[in-house]
Design a binder for this molecule. Structure first.
Ligand SMILES: [Mg+2]
Length: 176
C-alpha cells in the first residue's frame, strides 16, 4: 500500500519524455517539500522551468496540498496552476476532486509528493500512480518527524542507505 510506483530525488528528474512513455496525462502536485520549502513563499530552483516544459507538452498539472487555502491558493496562483487545498491526504477525496477538475482517468494521473503516508498512500487509494521525492528542506514539527521515521524502511528499500545519508535523511532534525 505504501510503495510508490516510482521514486526520484527531485521533481527535475521527472521528464516530459518519461511522463509520455508512462501514459501520464495529468500531474497532481504536492507543494510543501516538493516544489517549495514548507510554508514558504519561495519556490525551489527550476520549478517554473520544469512546469513550463510540462504544460507545453499538453500534460495537465494541478496543485494538491493538505495545507490551508491561505497557503495553497497564493502559491498555485504564483505558478499559474489550479489547486485543491486541504485535500486531507491520504484520504482520496482531494485527489478525486482534482481528477474531476481535469477529467483525467486515475490510471493516467501521477501524484508527485515527498510523503509516503499522505501523497503515496493517497494515490494508491485513489487508484493513481505515484512518484515519491526526497524532501528538499528540513522538517519542522513532531508529527512530520515521526512520519519521516516511519518512512525510513521504505525509503531505504527504494533509495538505499548510502543515498539517504548523502541527502541527510537518516538523521533529519529541524536544527539545520
Ligand atoms: Mg509535502
Amino acid at each position: 500500500m505504501i510503495k510508490p510506483t516510482m521514486a526520484f530525488v527531485s521533481f527535475k528528474d521527472i521528464t516530459v519524455e518519461f511522463l509520455k512513455k508512462n501514459n501520464i496525462d495529468a500531474i497532481l502536485l504536492d507543494v510543501d517539500n516538493t516544489v517549495s520549502p514548507p510554508s514558504s513563499k519561495k519556490i525551489y530552483d527550476g520549478v517554473e522551468e520544469w512546469l513550463d516544459e510540462i504544460k507545453k507538452s499538453g500534460i495537465e498539472v494541478i496543485i494538491c496540498s493538505n495545507n490551508f487555502r491561505k497557503r495553497v491558493y497564493p502559491f498555485a496562483k504564483s505558478v499559474g496552476l489550479d489547486c485543491v487545498a486541504m485535500s486531507l491526504k491520504p484520504l482520496p477525496f482531494g485527489f478525486i476532486r482534482a481528477e474531476k477538475k481535469l477529467s483525467v482517468k486515475p490510471k493516467n494521473a501521477l501524484v508527485i509528493g515527498d510523503q509516503i503516508f499522505t501523497d503515496i498512500l493517497g494515490a494508491k487509494l485513489a487508484g493513481m500512480k505515484s512518484a515519491l521525492l526526497v524532501p528538499q528542506s528540513p522538517d519542522k514539527g513532531k508529527t512530520i518527524k515521526l512520519r519521516r521515521k516511519l518512512e525510513l524502511p521504505m525509503r531505504k528499500k527504494l533509495y538505499g542507505e548510502d543515498y539517504l545519508s548523502k541527502y541527510n535523511l537518516l538523521e533529519r532534525d529541524d536544527k539545520k
